[in-house]
Ligand binder design. Structure first.
Ligand SMILES: [Zn+2]
Length: 251
């Protein structure tokens, strides 16, 4: 399975998850025009995607979902996201109220299991994506204050590393309300490291850090911190926006 980050920040998120037979777009939080140019950069077409998965309704994750639907690609989300976007054309995962994990949906050779995340959105989700083709298991989780699952057998981890509490507490120009919002709805680097240290990562071959904040993260420090708990697994910080020279991708 391959994970390609096209854009990863509060300005916009878009990722491609694929095995040799099926490709999924995960998040569509940039303008459609931008998305088309990012796809051109990696030599792909949006219409190659079997479906688009959206984690929640915020613009930096769902921005151009209407264009994706208009292009004939089904867009999948939780019922809460579809409600918040007032979109009846959206496909909705079976994830009953009160349940943490939903029913898996099959997209060609990829199976997607939605799970609940902790964010200030309407019933947001993350995705566990399994390939029947190569056996890989990828966890995609962004915009979540914490994670409460263990994901045994995970081979690829794409998780949010949004901010550092040390940097945030020194940031005097942010209103208290914003600071509270960040703390309650995004992943702090220490929280991420704490969670990682509870996982069995023996089968994991790559960790991708998503959605680093522009003002309250420190990429090199985050890479060091995660590397120190990741037991030798390579760690990559995804680019805010993919440039010609850098492709955040691994087979
Ligand atoms: Zn959000």
């Amino acid at each position: 399975m391959t994970f390609t980050a096209l854009a990863s920040s509060s300005h916009g998120n878009a990722y491609i998850v694929e095995d040799s037979r099926t490709s999924l777009l995960v998040e569509c939080g940039v303008s459609y025009r931008k998305l088309q140019s990012l796809f051109r950069l990696v030599g792909r077409k949006i219409t190659d995607m079997t479906a688009c998965l959206v984690s929640h309704e915020h613009k930096d994750h769902a921005g151009c979902y209407e264009n994706i639907l208009a292009a004939g690609i089904p867009v999948w989300s939780s019922d809460g996201t579809a409600e918040a976007l007032e979109c009846e054309a959206m496909e909705v995962f079976d994830l009953p109220m009160g349940a943490n994990v939903g029913k898996a949906e099959r997209f060609g050779t990829l199976e997607v299991l939605p799970f609940r995340t902790l964010h200030d959105a309407r019933r947001p989700v993350g995705f566990l994506i399994r390939s029947a083709e190569d056996g890989d298991k990828l966890v995609f989780a962004t915009d979540t204050a914490n994670l409460r699952y263990r994901f045994p057998g995970v081979t690829l981890l794409a998780v949010e590393a949004n901010y550092s509490d040390d940097i945030l507490s020194m940031c005097t120009r942010l209103p208290d309300k914003v600071v509270r919002r960040i703390r309650n709805s995004h992943m702090e680097i220490g929280t991420l490291c704490g969670w990682l240290s509870t996982l069995d990562l023996s089968g994991c071959r790559q960790i991708y850090l998503l959605h680093l904040s522009d003002s309250t993260s420190h990429e090199e420090q985050f890479l060091r911190q995660v590397t120190s708990v990741a037991g030798g697994i390579p760690v990559t910080a995804c680019p805010r926006e993919l440039k010609k020279e850098e492709v955040c991708s691994i087979k």
